[in-house]
Design a protein around this ligand. Structure first.
Ligand code: FEO
Length: 391
């Protein structure tokens, strides 16, 4: 298949990975993913922007042949993670003239991760430009999206921004460009939630920086290309901003039904007070859905039974995820049931120390909740609702 030109002499040459169901052995990929790579042909030099996952090297090579790429002068590595850098050694072997263009941090990582020889690098600085003849690449350092070495690349003459993981979405597609806006928005939000959310503050600064550039197209290295870049720029502005929705995320696990009864009672009590709730049984839920709900929720409630002497391992996992993803939630509470040990809440509080939210008093119940326990949950609902409805 001939790969489409996304701009004059700029070609998409990456790979669609329909079969991949999980990333990093952690993140579910309901829509598969893609590893996008791009050829930019200037009048004098040719650059390859990113490569693909090593499992898809053959597809990249095939796509390069399809558009008759004889020579690659530069391999621009925007991010050292192997799903984008994994085919660099194969491209370097085939194109002996090529050098890897990246920043100093990325160079060190590629030497460690890929054993790329020292003499195959050209190190660039922030905002440095590289001429391909009638096309010019400018490199903009955007650290912590989501590794410390990440950059984006601006093709000046075409006002095209290559962004690697930034603005990406795990979505395999026959279409190079966004065609189903809502589907891609969801995939991009899931991607943001799972990978970018902990770096929200850095990303906000980069968004501010990008306002200095005229951008007519955004070409990430996962998911479709944006011909209407404002859609994803505005979505990122919303997700990384400080405002939250009046939503309460209740994530629970229950062994014998007591914690479930508490979670459902709390959810109903909040709904009666006109507060929207998102209820997740974390033993069964897709963690991507849970992560997406964390992006906007003003309040997160974690429910766990006591398992032996601590929290249920599934709740501990959810707490670790929360602590890692660091959502911008304003309020956080723990609820749960126990038989004889009462340290569950202490463990979960310790596991979630990164969350910069107001901690609401926990509601812990011995066995099945009694009327007085339900009253405590009702008080928690009232407390949350009054904070949200006043705020
Ligand atoms: Fe798509 Fe951070 O790699």
């Amino acid at each position: 298949m001939v790969q489409p030109e996304i701009k004059p002499r700029v070609y998409s040459v990456g790979a669609q990975d329909w079969q991949r169901k999980i990333f990093d052995e952690l993140i579910p990929l309901p829509e598969g993913t893609s590893y996008n790579a791009y050829i930019v042909r200037g009048s004098e030099k040719t650059a390859l922007i990113d490569t693909v996952d090593p499992t898809m090297t053959k597809e990249l090579m095939h796509n390069l042949e399809e558009i008759k790429v004889q020579r690659i002068d530069y391999i621009i590595c925007q991010h050292a993670e192997q799903d984008h850098s994994g085919s660099i050694p194969a491209v370097l072997t085939k194109h002996q003239e090529a050098v890897v263009v990246c920043n100093e941090k990325c160079k060190g990582m590629l030497i460690d991760l890929m054993h790329i020889p020292q003499d195959r690098f050209k190190v660039i600085q922030d905002r440095e430009e590289l001429s391909l003849g009638d096309k010019t690449l400018q490199f903009i350092f955007t650290p912590w999206v989501h590794w410390p070495e990440t950059i984006v690349t601006y093709l000046k003459e075409d006002t095209l921004l290559f962004t690697c993981d930034f603005f990406g979405s795990h979505e395999a597609s026959y279409n190079i460009f966004v065609t189903e806006k809502e589907k891609t928005r969801r995939a991009a939000k899931r991607y943001y939630a799972e990978i970018m959310m902990p770096f929200r503050i850095s990303i906000r600064k980069h968004l501010e920086l990008l306002t200095q550039y005229t951008i007519s197209m955004i070409a990430p290295s996962h998911g479709p290309v944006y011909k209407e870049p404002l859609t994803i720029l505005r979505a990122y502005d919303e997700w990384t901003g400080d405002s939250v929705k009046k939503q309460v995320l209740i994530a629970y696990v229950s062994m014998h039904g007591s914690t479930r009864a508490m979670a459902e009672f709390l959810s109903d009590a909040l709904k009666r007070r006109q507060v929207e709730t998102l209820l997740f049984d974390i033993a069964k839920t897709d963690i991507g859905e849970l992560a997406m709900a964390m992006v906007d929720a003003s309040t997160i409630v974690l429910g766990s039974p006591t398992f032996l002497v601590g929290p249920h391992p599934v709740a501990a996992y959810a707490a670790t995820l929360l602590n890692t993803l660091r959502p911008k939630t304003k309020y956080f509470a723990i609820i749960g049931s126990y038989g004889w040990g009462t340290t569950m809440a202490d463990y979960l509080t310790a596991f979630t120390s990164n969350i910069k939210a107001e901690i609401l008093p926990p509601v812990l119940v011995k066995g099945l909740p009694r009327m007085e326990d339900l009253e405590k949950l009702d008080e928690l609902a009232e407390n949350i609702a009054s904070k949200l409805l006043q705020g």
